[in-house]
Design a protein around this ligand. Structure first.
Ligand SMILES: Cc1cc2nc3c(=O)[nH]c(=O)nc-3n(C[C@H](O)[C@H](O)[C@H](O)COP(=O)(O)OP(=O)(O)OC[C@H]3O[C@@H](n4cnc5c(N)ncnc54)[C@H](O)[C@@H]3O)c2cc1C
Length: 364
């Protein structure tokens, strides 16, 4: 039987990508014509993560931002099951069968424990929307980007609802500068969101919609959203051949070419890496592009010295505040209002992200 040809005319190499998030989707798409790609993800779809808060207040928004992997990966094999082990030559998933690789890409940024199927995810957004609509008061726990963006969405779309945001830290948006946190606080307060800082809420001890904070305050709410952040997706690597490539924070140590330290045929990309830069999706996509380029070079027997080098990105982040406004940090400059809002808050980069995956920006 004739061998299937890869880049450069040789037999196609086996590339296994673990994690079908922002970084994994881009690298799998870029390599599907050049190698035998297997994408392993714990769910059957890619979701634009920063669009998820809008989908809670407008469930139809998720129809564009929750994308089945099959839509952009026509020439790859999909394994929908969490990866649980990796050896020098194979990946094992919870489903059982070992998957052999010549090259491996680890892109398991954050663990997603939500729905497995796209249709389930869309139904979940409808149910959450009904929950918000029928509640008079809403508690949001966590004042990072997820909690702040959700509070913004609810405050703008449902201005009559009583929203309380409780955050353990002393300021909002701790991943960027003080000024951005202060401006977000002022904006939320102006929209009548009550923000309680320096306290936590024990979500296991709720009784009849009454919540106790660590500071002894009582909050009454018809429903709550836990926005304390998803755990990093590297725990499963701790007992594998890659255990010595994790730093003390559980991040995957990579070199300038994005190869995992100590492993010539394993790449690490996205939020899971120890690259000294802000953790953002647009940078994860850049990692994916660099890794794809280097993989193509290695698969054709190219000179390792010619591999592309990744340079850490700038401090640039935009946190949306409802449909029209946002707070942005660009280096040391902080901006709030309609200008940063124009960049992110209307479409939340969904059209742009869909185009990057070779899809139409709109469904029609
Ligand atoms: C509210 C909010 C707003 C944001 N806004 C922006 C923004 O405007 N612009 C921007 O650039 N960035 C933004 N970000 C950051 C951005 O979402 C992340 O940087 C990006 O998602 C990182 O991509 P990733 O591919 O590394 O990880 P993820 O996108 O988290 O993908 C990880 C994937 O791996 C899968 N996975 C995990 N463990 C396993 C396993 N063991 N086996 C198989 N699969 C596994 C998960 O299911 C998931 O599909 C925002 C983040 C938040 C929370």
């Amino acid at each position: 039987m004739a061998a299937i040809e890869g880049v450069g005319g040789g037999e196609k190499k086996r590339v296994v990508v673990i994690g079908g998030g922002v970084a994994g989707s881009v690298v799998a798409k870029a390599l599907q014509e050049h190698s035998n790609v297997v994408l392993i993800d714990s769910k059957e779809y890619f979701e634009v993560p920063w669009a998820s808060l809008r989908s809670l207040v407008e469930p139809s928004f998720a129809e564009r931002s929750v994308i089945n992997h099959t839509e952009y990966l026509q020439n790859a094999r999909l394994v929908i099951s969490p990866a649980i082990n990796v050896t020098e030559s194979e990946v094992l998933t919870a489903q059982g069968d070992p998957i052999a690789y010549d090259y491996l890409v680890i892109a398991t940024g954050h663990v997603d424990t939500g729905a497995l199927a796209r249709s389930e995810k869309l139904s979940l957004y409808h149910a959450e929307y009904e929950k918000i609509k029928s509640s008079n008061s809403i508690l949001i726990v966590g004042g990072g980007p997820t909690g702040v963006e959700l509070a913004g969405e609810v405050a703008v779309d449902f201005p009559d609802k009583k929203v309380t945001l409780v955050h353990r830290g002393s300021r909002l948006l701790e991943f960027i500068g003080h000024k951005a946190g202060r401006k977000a606080l002022e904006w939320l307060t102006s929209k009548k969101v009550e923000v309680i800082l320096g306290q936590s809420v024990n979500l296991n001890s709720v009784s009849d919609g009454v919540y106790q904070t660590s500071g002894g305050e009582t909050i009454t709410a018809d429903c709550y959203f836990n926005c304390t952040g998803k755990p990093m997706g590297s725990m499963w690597l701790k007992d594998t051949v890659l255990k010595n490539s994790l730093d003390i924070h559980g991040r995957l140590m990579v070199d300038a070419n994005l190869r995992v330290k100590g492993h010539k045929n394993v790449f690490g990309i996205g939020d899971i890496t120890d690259i000294p830069e802000i953790k953002q999706g647009y940078l994860a996509q850049r990692h994916a592009t660099v890794a794809a380029k280097n993989l193509k070079l290695l698969m054709t027997g190219g000179d390792e010295q010619k591999m592309a080098v990744y340079k850490p990105g700038w401090q640039l982040a935009i946190v949306s505040l409802g449909r029209n406004e946002a707070v942005a940090q660009v280096f040391f400059v902080t901006l709030i209002g309609c200008f940063p809002g124009m960049i992110k808050s209307k479409d939340l980069f969904v059209g742009k992200t869909r185009k990057q995956l070779g899809l139409k920006s709109n469904l029609l």
